[in-house]
Design a protein around this ligand. Structure first.
Ligand code: NAD
Length: 403
């Protein structure tokens, strides 16, 4: 069976319905996004030619507040993927109980092939195409894979120029000078750590345990640093094409510095090279997928040796793999809980913009911790109560709120 991402999301929805007898008619409504928008962006390239790029915005649910969710720049971005990601955003904002809904956007592009000026034109063109559908009280995009604070600053500038809006609350994940919040870039990874940490003893994980991390972008990179700073042994890291493993533990800063200078992890001294697939199957306590979706599947789930999978990526585990891991006694801390720190601090950024405030990093992190510890404990408790996995439990809580 092919795992299209939206199909996976609907299987997860059906499983939660069955776990807690949720109202099928309401769930039917939640299974369909409110709006699916597409555009073809035509961009002048630096060499004088023009190129076309498919662009998307899906507005899944606004019953709890304005649509909220990132924009992904990736060659494989398509409507199916954006729909699934938008659906998960609605669940994430409901699970964390913040007054926002769910949406997601994307452009089918390999950003590495563009110059900085081409990337800026493309980012601004996305806003030109969708500005009527978005805005501070309507739909608030943010960064995702390959979209950076700088891209958000171009987008918010474009939106302000077109509409005259001065709040800068139309996008989150902005740099500080463009109205960003303290603590936003680190928030997704830090949130994952907060969730993991409050459940650690219940999960049967010792302080200082071993951790393997797939992906070293915004989320994976910060996760590696945070786990190491907190005394964990980060034994494996990878990017899209290379990976390294040292059972004694890696010095994360050295791995990042090496990648920055050479552009690869190949040849990193004192570590064994591993492929992304090998990394997933290493003998570690905690596995953190922090790259892309559909990484743990029916093909490799049986070989996963970790005790806990902390899903910092969206949709890294397929429903078939969920079943295999549950039967093996591996606890999966699901994406809608584990990576929700990003959207919570995005909510704080939006709130600060609308109120004209600027909170300290300490204040942001205290508020984030309060929300995530509360929800993590609630999801854990519901999973025990229903004798089910944490994904079903998290879905049930989020869906009850949405219904
Ligand atoms: P990013 O673009 O900063 O980094 C992505 C990383 O994944 C890079 O290190 C890249 O080399 C690696 N990668 C790409 N393709 C890969 C492959 N086939 N195998 C292994 N590694 C691969 O993106 P990010 O913001 O860190 O997002 C990573 C994941 O976290 C995504 O699933 C995203 O949806 C999710 N997420 C991000 C945020 C956020 O705030 N940025 C919030 C919630 C969830």
């Amino acid at each position: 069976m092919t795992n299209t991402l939206f199909k996976n999301a609907l299987v997860q929805l059906a499983r939660a319905r069955d776990a807690a007898n949720l109202d099928p008619a309401s769930l039917e409504k939640i299974s369909t996004p409110n709006r699916e928008l597409t555009a073809l962006l035509v961009i002048p390239m630096d060499d004088g030619t023009t190129k076309e790029f498919a662009a998307y915005r899906v507005q899944h649910s606004n019953v709890r507040g304005p649509y909220k969710g990132g924009i992904r720049f990736h060659p494989k971005a398509d409507m199916d993927e954006v729909k699934a990601l938008a659906f998960w955003m609605s669940l994430k904002t409901a699970l964390t109980n913040i007054p926002l809904g769910g949406g997601k956007g994307g452009i089918a592009v390999e950003p590495k092939d563009l110059s900085r000026t081409e990337l800026e034109r493309l980012s601004r063109a996305w806003v030109q195409a969708f500005h009527e559908a978005i805005g501070p009280l309507q739909d608030i995009p943010a960064p995702d894979v390959n979209t950076t604070p700088e891209i958000m600053s171009w987008m918010v500038d474009e939106y302000s120029q077109i509409t005259g809006d001065t709040t800068r609350a139309s996008f989150t994940g902005k740099p500080l000078h463009a109205g960003g919040s303290e603590g936003r870039t680190v928030a997704t990874a830090l949130g994952g750590f907060i969730v993991f940490n409050v459940l650690r003893e219940s999960l049967g994980i010792e302080a200082g345990a071993s951790v393997a991390i797939q992906g070293m972008g915004n989320v994976g990179g910060f996760a590696a640093r945070i786990f190491r700073e907190n005394g964990y042994r980060v034994v494996a890291m990878s990017d899209s094409k290379s990976g390294v493993y040292n059972p004694e533990g890696l010095i994360v800063e050295d791995v990042e510095a090496y990648k920055k200078t050479t552009g690869t992890l190949n040849g990193f001294p004192g570590a064994t090279p591993v492929t992304n697939n090998e990394l997933l199957e290493l003998d570690v306590d905690v596995l953190i997928p922090a790259a892309l979706e559909n990484q743990i599947t029916a093909e490799n789930a049986q070989n996963i040796q970790a005790k806990v999978v902390l899903e910092l990526a969206n949709g890294p585990t397929t429903p078939e793999a969920d079943d295999i891991l549950f039967a093996k006694g591996v606890t999966v801390i699901p994406d809608i809980l584990a990576n929700s720190g990003g959207v919570v601090v995005s909510y704080f950024e939006w709130d600060q913009n609308l109120k004209g405030e600027h909170w300290s990093e300490v204040e942001v992190q205290e508020k984030l911790t309060l929300i995530l510890e509360r929800e993590a404990v609630q999801v854990w408790g519901r999973a025990q109560l229903l004798s089910t996995d944490m994904r079903r439990a998290a879905f049930v809580i989020a869906l009850e709120r949405l219904i």
